[in-house]
Design a protein around this ligand. Structure first.
Ligand code: FEO
Length: 395
């Protein structure tokens, strides 16, 4: 089951073709995923990470067919989240004294999740090294908040491969393992979705960390993340993408997101979309009913957008719960440099537009004053305001 990666490095992870959601149900998986673990067999044998709890028995049994477990000199735990540390309990029943290299925070997260077993932790900091023989070293680089406080990456000299943990990963199953074998559109789409939905809140840290790694002038030949394809062909392409994505990324796109009760708010949404195209034919327009659309896919479109328009009718002096939940998620992602407008129908009290504007501002958007607030159904007077709203959004 091992797959050759480079030199004496093998992939020994788990490809999860059937996975449908991640982080509970908070992240949708459309194209499978993988938990990547790597076995380095130099003078010392090093396991980089493990796989998720449900696959732990299969992982350990497979690993036994590749190497006598007692010959593993150390495990590097780049990150304590259970999709990567989830096989440790099973594995360490067999080799309880094995050395575990990880950050101080990873000790906390591992012991917090699995209990204190007296495991043989070796706490490392940025710049610490581990000689693995044959003139090669592992160099540890702390990556706090990318995306947990315990995260780190491991650089292997000689083969010049960066085990980057979640960074540069994708929830995307690639049986052939490498980026040059993957569907290029899907690969970049999944990498962007991963960044937008998981890493964007920490974008300023991504920028700083990329600058720090850039100063090291590492001769990166391969980037091996913890999920999805390994970047073998032009590995720096994903580093360049991350630099762009972390810098208040936007394309010439506007996304309209709404929910509706009796289709009035839908009509406004569609009119806004049509008007965006009228005013700016090259601008990409996307429209989603957030009660029905996949929120992670919609957020990826928001990530790409320079502006959004968000609509909800008023219900019980508030906005619809579908839109409220969507806005709560939007706020956590901390998008920067984007405009927003609000719209919605009402029958009685009519608070939705003000509430939408307030929540969009809290989510970090520059909210334009122009809005569409329609009594019962949008009439000609209401729709006549759409061009003004769109002009403000596109300005
Ligand atoms: Fe893939 Fe943060 O774990």
């Amino acid at each position: 089951m091992r797959k050759h990666v480079k030199g004496n490095i093998s992939w020994v992870g788990f490809i999860d073709w059937e996975l449908e959601t991640f982080h509970g149900d908070d992240y949708s998986i459309k194209n499978g995923s993988s938990q990547n673990a790597y076995l380095i067999e130099e003078e010392k044998n090093i396991l980089i990470d493990t796989v998720w709890v449900p696959h732990r028995f299969e992982f350990v049994e497979n690993l036994k067919t590749e190497i006598e477990l007692r010959r593993i000199d150390a495990i590097v735990v780049n990150h304590g989240e259970c999709d990567h540390s989830g096989s440790l309990t099973t594995l360490l029943k067999e080799i309880p004294d094995v050395l575990i290299y990880c950050t101080a925070n990873a000790v906390k997260s591992i012991e917090g999740q699995y209990g204190k077993h007296g495991w043989n932790f070796r706490v490392v900091k940025t710049g610490d090294t581990l000689d693995i023989g044959n003139g090669k070293q592992l160099v540890f680089v702390e990556m706090p908040m990318l995306h947990w406080p315990d995260s780190m990456a491991t650089w292997m000299t000689g083969d010049n491969i960066l085990f980057s943990m979640d960074a540069f990963g994708q929830h995307y199953a690639v049986e052939e393992l490498f980026n040059d074998k993957a569907d290029q559109c899907l690969l970049m789409r999944e990498a962007m979705k991963y960044f937008a939905n998981i890493l964007n809140p920490f974008a300023p840290l991504v920028t700083r960390k990329l600058a720090e790694i850039g100063k090291l002038n590492l001769p990166i030949e391969m980037i091996a993340p913890a999920h999805g394809a390994i970047w073998r062909s032009n590995p720096l392409q994903i580093v360049e993408k991350y630099a762009q994505w972390a810098d208040a990324y936007q394309e010439d796109q506007v996304t309209v997101a709404y929910d509706t009760m009796w289709e009035g708010t839908t009509r406004i949404a569609h009119q806004i979309a049509t008007e965006i195209h009228n005013q700016s034919p090259n601008t990409v327009v996307k429209v989603f009913n957030v009660a029905k659309a996949d929120k992670n896919e919609v957020m990826t479109e928001v990530f790409k957008s320079r502006a959004i328009a968000v609509g909800s009718p008023t219900a019980c002096r508030d906005i619809l719960s579908s839109v409220a939940g969507w806005l709560a998620f939007l706020k956590t992602l901390q998008f920067k440099g984007k405009k927003a407008a609000a719209f919605g129908c009402y029958g009685w009290s009519g608070e939705s537009v003000k509430i939408l504007q307030s929540r969009l501002a809290e989510a970090g958007f520059a909210v334009v004053d122009e809005n569409i607030r329609s009594l019962w159904n949008p009439g000609e007077d209401d729709l006549a305001k759409v061009p003004e709203l769109v002009r403000a959004l596109l300005a």
